[in-house]
Design a protein around this ligand. Structure first.
Ligand code: AMP
Ligand code: GLY
Length: 425
């Protein structure tokens, strides 16, 4: 089969690496890709926001399946346009991608299907939002409704912070995404992520993960897209997973099907595991980045088979098999990230080939002759497998010691929570 993969991050490098292992794959293209993806795919110069151009490329190159990595093309309806042109595409339709694209949409689904989630109010004027916030008091969570690249959420510990967040939203800090605001009850507990694959009707559980969103050690500093992750998440026991499937995932899939907008693709549930059981914080409608990197290291099944079964509605006939070991990834970022940082600095020490146990996925790199240059904020994802999270962590940091990139940094404590749990026994 000939595939086109859309995206350019570490998630897409991990997907490309896993897809390349499939005996069914004959050719992999990636748009726009990066220097790591180029090791397993042919990069193509394609404007992926121009859906007609993508359709034209697929026809010219006889593409059998398009795999969409990031959320923006999903929310923009790329999968709908490809399908209308008779081209198979993995990922949700524009309507189903509203589970990620609109927090108010997801809250509506939770109401309809009685899915456990934080209590909330939604507002389209600052005045009403402020009245509600003052009535509820802090701590409280203020969220811009739409896609804001992970920046539209303020967990306010004081009333003043909450009021400021509401004001910022309606003053246009998040553009269109902040025209409506969702205000939520503050949930206490431990966060974990759960990934499932759906074909519109069936939901196949994939795996669990936890990430570190803060930039610096000890989970301090500014929020980022994710500085590291590991899988599985020890907090999500088999009993809790069964509970999440029954109370959260299955009702969501059933509700979207009933509404005539079935959800196909990866559903990524952000969960809070508290005293009263798991609650849904949010949905994403794609693999997590960097969570995908650890999932792909653990996946034993053929990824291409699984994605195709999602597109073709055959997930009831599939299983997903995983290595029992843990996988952990450490993000190397350009100094300054998530603030401003330099691009174009050279990275050395990347020559060692990926193995089944250690792989360096590229997140923001480009090739310049024989050099690999940093080309983004999050630049590399050093990923390793081990018998325990601790062993996976040691292997990842061992690999990092061989990487020569003075302009980069990483956290030194990825996995600390799981490792503390392991040492408690
Ligand atoms: P979201 O983009 O909705 O995932 O929110 C980003 C982060 O904010 C989450 O990963 C949580 O750490 C935190 N958060 C969001 N909603 C809540 C909530 N209701 N209670 C506590 N923390 C939350
Ligand atoms: N790592 C968080 C995300 O992909 O949204």
């Amino acid at each position: 089969m000939k595939l086109l993969l859309i995206g350019s991050g570490g998630r897409e490098h991990a997907l490309a690496w896993a897809l390349a292992k499939s005996p069914k794959l004959t050719k992999l293209y990636a748009a726009p890709g990066n220097a790591g993806i180029a090791e397993v795919a042919e990069l193509c110069n394609l404007n992926t926001t121009d859906h007609q151009a993508v359709i034209g490329f697929c026809r010219d190159h006889e593409i059998d399946l398009v795999v969409v990595g990031p959320e923006a093309p999903l929310v923009a309806g790329l999968v709908d346009d490809l399908e209308a042109a008779g081209i198979k595409a993995f990922g949700p339709s524009k309507a189903a991608a509203q589970l990620e694209g609109s927090k108010a949409f997801t809250k509506g689904v939770c109401d309809e299907a009685d899915i456990p989630t934080a209590g909330y109010g939604r507002f389209d004027t600052a005045e009403d939002a402020l009245t509600y916030v003052r009535k509820q008091g802090a701590p409280i969570v203020v969220k811009a409704d739409g896609l804001a690249a992970g920046k539209g959420v303020v967990v306010a510990m004081t009333l003043k912070e909450a009021e400021d967040a509401v004001t910022a939203c309606f003053e246009g800090s998040f553009g269109e995404a902040g025209a409506e605001v969702v205000i939520e009850e503050f949930l206490e507990g431990e966060e974990a992520s759960f990934f499932v694959l759906s074909d519109g009707t069936n939901a196949l559980p994939l795996a669990t993960a936890q990430d570190h969103k803060r930039a610096y050690d000890g989970d301090e500093g500014p929020n980022t897209g994710g500085m590291g992750a590991y899988s599985p998440a020890p907090v999500l026991t088999d009993a809790l997973i069964a509970d999440v499937m029954r109370t959260i995932i299955e009702p969501t899939i059933a509700t979207l099907a009933k509404r005539g907008t079935p959800f196909k693709g990866v559903l990524y549930a952000g969960l809070m595991i508290g005293k009263n059981g798991p609650k849904l914080i949010e949905y994403n409608t794609r693999f997590g980045d960097p969570e995908c990197q650890v999932l792909m290291m653990r996946l034993k099944s053929d990824l291409l088979d699984l994605l195709l079964a999602s597109v073709e509605g055959r997930l009831d006939q599939m299983t997903a098999d995983w290595r029992d070991e843990a996988a952990l990834t450490v993000v190397m970022a350009a100094k300054g990230y998530p603030g401003s940082y330099d691009k174009g600095t050279e990275i050395r020490g990347l020559d060692t080939a990926a193995t089944d146990d250690v792989a360096v996925f590229h997140a923001g790199t480009k090739r310049n002759g024989t050099q690999i240059l940093a080309n983004g904020g999050r630049v590399l994802n050093v990923t390793a497998v081990g018998a325990t999270v601790h062993e996976a962590q040691q292997r990842a940091y061992e690999r990092i010691r061989d990487i020569d990139w003075p302009e980069g940094f990483c956290r030194s404590d990825i996995g600390w929570r799981a490792i503390a749990r392991e040492s408690e026994g």
